[in-house]
Design a protein. Sequence first.
Length: 178
Amino acid sequence: MSVVTTRIVFVRHADSVRPRLGEPDYDQRPLSPAGLQQAEELVERLVAYAPAVVLSSPQLRAVQTVTPAAKALGLEVITWPELREWESGLVPSDDWETLYTYSWANTSTAHGTGESLDQLTVRAGKALARMAQEYPDATVVVGSHGTILSRALIAAGHHADWDFCRTMPMPAIYEVMP
């Protein structure tokens, strides 16, 4: 059995523009002005990890969060579709927290055409395995989102629950060793 030596540093995106209530969320939702400043303030911390690669969810707010660090390192941000946020099937609403609480209590349940949290955990685990395979003995920085980051931690054998996910700051940094 081989030992996994990939160091994965997940970065939950900085403060973003809020989604529009009653409308599907959209991939090009950007960081807020405060979030853009937060992304700049992350540069020193992320550069200190000396990553070999900077990956990201294709969603703009995640890309914008890691782009300043990638530029400082002379790296491009590479997007992987499997790193996108949970495809919940939910439309942003005032009762989103109740719906998310239900989903975390019933992880095999999907809303409409969305994926369940169990399916998201499998997707996150496959992304971790791909990172370990493609970047052995390296550090990988990943621009991410709260729910997939939480489920990636679970896939890697760490504890994360709804309270952890719900209270995760923006931005936030977590290391994962798959």
